[in-house]
Ligand binder design. Structure first.
Ligand SMILES: NC(=O)c1ccc[n+]([C@@H]2O[C@H](COP(=O)([O-])OP(=O)(O)OC[C@H]3O[C@@H](n4cnc5c(N)ncnc54)[C@H](OP(=O)(O)O)[C@@H]3O)[C@@H](O)[C@H]2O)c1
Length: 341
C-alpha cells in the first residue's frame, strides 16, 4: 500500500526519519508491503519542497545538510507548514517540530489541522500530546484518521505500543521509569565521584545536555512524559501542574555517598500509579535498592518498569533519544498507521 507523507520540521529527528526511509525502502516494501512516498517537506529555516509523485529522499537529505531546500525540484513554491498540511494532498503527516509545553505550538496547530483534513499523524512532539491528547484522539476518530506518538516517551524504544497492544487484557497498576537520559548520565557520573557541576559540564560537552539544561535537570521533560503515560495508558488527563516535580539539582556528592553506604543508588524516578484517590503521578530523585531493576540503568539509557495485575513486573530498557533512534519511532508509527489503514 502506498502512503503519501508530508514532513514538517526537518531537524535532527526529521532527518533521522528520512535516512531510515531512504535506507529501508526495499525492506519496507518487501517485508511490510508499505511504500512511504514523501510528497512534501517544510521547515522554518530550510524552506519547502513538494512533488505529488514523491520527492527524492536522498536529495532532500543532502539539501537539509546544506541547510536549504532551495534548488530542489518543487522548492519554487514556498509553503509554510499550514499551507503544506492543508493544500498538498497527503495521507500522513510526520510532525517533528520543537516541543513547547506551554502552548503546544506550532505542533498542536499542525496536528489539529492535519487531523481535521482527515490526514493521520505521527509525531515525536510532546507538547500537543501533553496538552490535548483527548481532543486530538477525538478529532482523529471523527475524521477517520490515526494518531501515533510512540517517540514522545523513550524515543524509539517501544513503550506505548507494547502497553496498549501487547498488554491489552491486563491492567497496568503502576509505572515507574527513568525517562530522561541527561539526568541519568549526570547521576551516573556523580556515582563515580564527580561533582554535579562537572558531571553537567561533561554532559554538555558530549551533547547530552543543552546549554540551558533546566528542562532536563529540573525534571520538566520527565514530568511531561509522566503526563503522557497517565493519559495514554491510564486514561487520566493530569495537567502538568498536578504532577509534583523535583529535579536533580539538589543532589549532592554526600547524598550519593550516604546512599552507596546503605546499598542504594539515586535515580530520577518518574511514576504514575492507581491510588485510592485516582491516578497519582510524580517526578523526584529516589535512592533505590541495588536489586531494583531501575537501579542498574546507567549512562544515557532509559527504562520503564510496569506493574500489572496479571503479568506482574515488566521492565523495558532502551535508548531515550538520538537522531536515528527517534527517527525510528516515527517509522514504527508510520508502519502502525499502515497496518491500521
Ligand atoms: N532529538 C531527540 O532525540 C528527540 C527524542 C524524543 C523526542 N524528540 C522531540 O522531537 C521533536 C523534534 O526534535 P529535534 O531534536 O529534531 O528538534 P530540532 O532539531 O530542533 O528540529 C526541529 C525542526 O523543526 C523546525 N521548525 C520549527 N518550527 C517550525 C514550523 N512552524 N514549521 C516548520 N518547521 C519548523 C525547526 O526549524 P528551526 O531550526 O529554524 O527552528 C527545526 O529544523 C521535538 O518536539 C523533540 O522534543 C526529540
Amino acid at each position: 500500500m502506498k502512503h503519501r507523507v508530508t514532513l514538517i520540521g526537518c531537524g535532527t529527528v526529521g532527518q533521522g526519519l528520512l535516512e531510515l526511509l531512504r535506507d529501508g525502502r526495499e525492506d519496507l516494501a518487501t517485508q511490510h508491503g508499505a511504500e512511504f512516498s514523501l510528497v512534501g517537506v517544510s521547515d522554518l529555516r530550510m524552506g519547502s519542497a513538494e512533488a505529488s509523485t514523491g520527492l527524492d529522499v536522498g536529495a532532500v537529505l543532502d539539501a537539509a545538510k546544506r541547510g536549504s531546500f532551495d534548488g530542489l525540484p518543487g522548492s519554487e513554491r514556498k509553503r509554510d507548514a499550514i499551507g503544506m498540511i492543508q493544500e498538498v494532498p497527503a495521507d500522513i503527516l510526520a510532525e517533528a517540530t520543537h516541543t513547547d509545553l506551554q502552548t503546544g505550538d506550532p505542533g498542536l496547530t499542525h496536528i489539529r489541522s492535519a487531523l481535521t483534513a482527515g490526514r493521520s499523524v505521527v509525531t515525536t512532539n510532546k507538547g500537543p500530546i501533553v496538552l490535548a491528547l483527548r481532543e486530538l484522539t477525538e478529532l482523529a476518530r471523527t475524521h477517520g484518521a490515526h494518531l501515533r506518538f510512540e517517540g514522545t516517551v523513550m524515543s524509539g524504544t517501544p513503550v506505548l505500543s507494547v502497553a496498549t497492544r501487547d498488554l491489552a487484557g491486563d491492567r497496568i497498576q503502576e509505572i515507574r521509569g527513568i525517562l530522561n537520559g541527561t539526568t541519568n548520565y549526570i547521576l551516573t557520573r556523580m556515582e563515580i565521584g564527580e561533582s554535579y557541576d562537572d558531571a553537567l559540564a561533561d554532559a554538555q560537552k558530549k551533547g547530552y545536555a543543552e546549554a540551558k539544561p533546566d528542562a532536563d535537570v529540573e525534571g520538566y521533560d520527565a514530568q511531561a512524559k509522566v503526563v503522557i503515560l497517565a493519559a495514554a495508558l491510564m486514561g487520566t488527563e493530569l495537567p502538568l501542574s498536578k504532577v509534583p516535580c523535583e529535579g536533580i539539582t539538589g543532589i549532592t556528592p554526600d547524598m550519593i555517598a550516604t546512599a552507596r553506604d546503605a546499598g542504594q543508588r539515586y535515580k530520577l524516578i518518574s511514576s504514575v500509579r492507581r491510588g485510592a484517590g485516582g491516578v497519582e503521578a510524580s517526578v523526584r530523585p529516589m535512592a533505590l535498592d541495588l536489586d531494583d531493576p531501575l537501579a542498574a540503568i546507567g549512562g544515557t539509557m532509559n527504562a520503564i518498569d510496569f506493574r500489572t495485575s496479571l503479568l506482574g513486573p515488566l521492565t523495558i530498557v532502551g535508548p531515550g533519544a538520538g537522531r536515528r533512534e527517534t527517527g525510528f519511532a516515527l517509522l514504527s508509527d508510520l508502519l502502525s498507521v499502515h497496518r491500521a489503514r
